[in-house]
Design a binder for this molecule. Structure first.
Ligand SMILES: [Zn+2]
Length: 247
């Protein structure tokens, strides 16, 4: 194999690691953001329900005040009843009192309903409080983890970039340019081994003459199908590599 190709394989390996690290550095803050957004949504829901509880409490106070007012009105009507002499007026007043009592009863029923709603709302809020606390802890823990991981990855990236720079020095500029061009179009793999005449980048057969030239190791050959730069390793070397990685 041409020595510059061997170095280019090393460059590609490190480029792939750099790509993974870079992707992790992008992904981790997004994951944290998703957890934070979930917490914010839970908090917003909690606030809305807490507001609803306040509304119910106000309704209850208002309705209780109305009941008290009605009770006062009924009491007054009953007192006036004592002073009425006319039978017709007396009956009319009784009717009026019955009507007021009916209205008061309805309001009292409403107060009971409101009390039930208030209790249910309190229960729901208590449950949400627990969920909120758990999510808050999750976010705090995740933030810690992400910060630690990001710091570690940034350190790794700095080392990798340095190594990459050194490795690239061993590859001719023209070849590097071609490598970058193919790499961007072939999902990060620009140089690919050939095994038994098959390009392992696209799993297609290369031309027999290309395979012969490749084995001679004097010129740079690209796959006719995927355009990747090709290299050939002695079969023993490949088998060793395969059995080595399998164990
Ligand atoms: Zn190919």
């Amino acid at each position: 194999m041409l020595p510059e190709l061997s170095r280019l394989v090393d460059v590609q390996e490190i480029d792939k690691v750099i790509m993974e690290v870079t992707q992790s550095l992008e992904r981790l803050p997004q994951e944290l953001q998703a957890e934070s957004a979930a917490l914010e949504a839970m908090q917003a829901e909690y606030d809305a329900q807490a507001q609803e509880l306040e509304n119910l409490k106000k309704q209850r106070q208002e309705t209780e005040r109305e009941v008290a007012e009605m009770a006062e009105g009924i009491k007054n009507s009953r007192q006036r009843l004592m002073e009425i002499k006319s039978n017709i007026e007396y009956k009319a007043m009784l009717k009026e009192i019955a009507f007021k009592e009916d209205q008061r009863d309805q309001k009292e029923t409403r107060v009971l309903e409101l009390l039930e709603l208030i209790e249910a709302q309190k229960g729901s809020l208590a449950e949400q409080t627990q969920g909120l606390q758990e999510q808050g802890e999750t976010v705090a823990r995740r933030r810690q983890e992400v910060e630690t991981e990001v710091a570690k990855l940034k350190g790794e990236l700095a080392v990798l970039e340095k190594q990459r720079k050194e490795l690239r020095k061993g590859v001719p500029a023209q070849l590097l340019k071609r490598y970058e061009f193919i790499r961007q179009r072939r999902n990060g793999t620009a140089i690919s081994p050939v095994d038994e005449g098959v390009c392992l980048g696209c799993h297609m057969n290369i031309l027999p003459q290309q395979f012969i030239d490749l084995q001679k190791g004097v010129e740079i050959i690209q796959c006719p199908h995927c355009q990747r730069i090709l290299y050939w390793q002695e079969e023993e070397a490949l088998e060793e590599g395969v059995s080595g990685s399998a164990t």
